[in-house]
Design a protein. Structure first.
Length: 421
């Protein structure tokens, strides 16, 4: 049985943007075994490579949420799952439930299994199906490498099937399927072509090259973007030492494009995509996704139900978003009050889509943040709504009274004014 780890200490202050990070201790990112003490109870973050859940695992998560937590599961911006409101002392019971369901293959590596994959890969014929196989191989290699446990819980692998839906999600190591049997590997400003049969091994090798560079830099960097100038990973050397044939690609940056998420609805002939309002799935909503061959949680806080395109009316009746024209599409929020001590507002209540208040809502994604940390914000371009200490908000930097919030957000969503990060 896997034992629960002690709660995490409070996180270190975040470095200023565009400034190299100096970390004086290890990453305190929560996991399934190391719980975080939030204002609403314990928080467990469960890494799900490719977001994949079997039908049994869906039921186990629903059961854990009901019996140990607040009755819901949050879908994160990496397609992982969070349980909140966990009672004191339940860590060992939770670990046993998850381990028995096959959700904790490694007690030492559970926090580093951050692998985001194109959710529709192999389902709709638009991209290369092999990335799902790469993800499984990479996960196995990651868990089998003792040194990989030194990676931060924030280090991210991204595997794109060629459609560009996840390639721009800020991966530290990104693999893109470019043609049958070939992958493009990105790390920082470097890019190489490798054989598809070597893709997973190349991604793991790249992570090792990052750790070597981080140790040499001596700044305790958790992510590739935190490495100081002059300390880029020796990717070419690492691939060569691993016996992986690699062809350099230039210019690297121009090849990494962002295509955006799918719309709710059918994906090909055998899958259905739904969204969870503000990324929260109740236990009943989780069970409503079944029966399914598998469920894939997505970085856009939704779920791909594999094995059917039917049942949209039933899922909609459970409060899931099945209509691409729904006002809930592209509206996200952090936890906010009362769950987060740092939050200045109940942003989830304030983020109820504008149409529910009699206003039109569509256009650019919008994210509501309870403080300037902007936890869980989208990648690319979005309307940036941040709570302030005086009870108001900043909408793309403009001070906005709470009473005028939805008018300001609606205007911002239908103009070109937005935040890009």
């Amino acid at each position: 049985m896997l034992a629960a780890m002690p709660p995490t200490p409070p996180p270190s202050p975040k470095p200023q943007r565009n400034e190299p990070s100096a970390r004086d201790r290890g990453d305190a990112c929560p996991g399934a075994l190391r719980l975080h003490a939030a204002d609403d109870g314990g928080l467990a973050r469960l890494r799900l490579p490719a977001g994949r859940l079997t039908a049994r695992q869906v039921e186990v998560l629903a059961h854990a949420a009901e019996t140990l937590g607040d009755g819901s599961v949050s879908v994160t911006s990496r397609g992982n799952a969070e349980l909140r409101g966990l009672a004191d002392g339940c860590g060992t019971e939770l670990a046993a439930l998850l381990a028995d369901a096959g959700l904790l293959p490694s007690a030492t590596h559970e926090r580093v299994r951050n692998i985001v994959v194109s959710p529709a890969a192999g389902l709709d014929g638009l991209g290369g199906p092999e990335v799902q196989l790469w993800a499984r191989e990479l996960d196995a290699l990651l868990c089998a490498a003792p040194w990989a446990a030194a990676l931060s819980g924030r280090f991210l692998f991204v595997l794109d099937d060629g459609r560009g839906d996840v390639a721009g999600l800020g991966g530290d190591v990104t693999l893109v399927a470019v043609e049958a049997g070939r992958a493009r590997l990105y790390v920082g400003g470097q890019a190489y072509h490798v054989a598809g049969t070597d893709a997973a091994r190349a991604a793991l090798t790249a992570a090792g090259a990052f750790l070597d560079a981080a140790r040499a830099a001596g700044t305790g960097a958790w992510r590739v973007g935190e490495l100081p100038d002059g300390h880029a990973p020796d990717l070419a050397g690492a691939l060569a030492r691993a016996g992986i044939a690699a062809e350099p690609v230039t210019p690297a940056a121009s090849l990494l494009l962002y295509g955006g998420p799918p719309a709710p609805g059918p994906l090909g002939a055998r899958a259905l995509y739904v969204l969870a309002p503000l990324g929260r799935l109740t236990a009943a909503q989780l069970r409503a996704l079944l029966p399914a061959e598998e469920v894939r949680l997505t970085p856009w806080r939704g779920a791909v139900v594999v094995g059917t395109t039917a049942g949209t009316d039933r899922l909609a009746a459970h409060g899931l978003i099945t209509d691409p024209g729904s006002p809930w599409v592209n509206v996200t929020a952090c936890t906010g009050r009362p769950g987060c001590a740092k939050s200045l507002a109940d942003v989830r209540a304030d983020a109820v889509p504008a149409p529910a208040r009699g206003l039109p809502g569509a256009g650019t994604p919008v994210h509501y943040s309870g403080c300037e940390r902007r936890c869980g914000h989208p990648h690319g371009t979005w309307v940036d709504v941040v709570a302030t200490a005086d009870g108001a908000y900043l909408v793309n930097g403009a001070p906005t009274p709470r009473t005028a919030l939805h008018e300001a957000v609606t205007t911002a969503r239908t103009t070109t004014t937005a935040t890009t990060r």
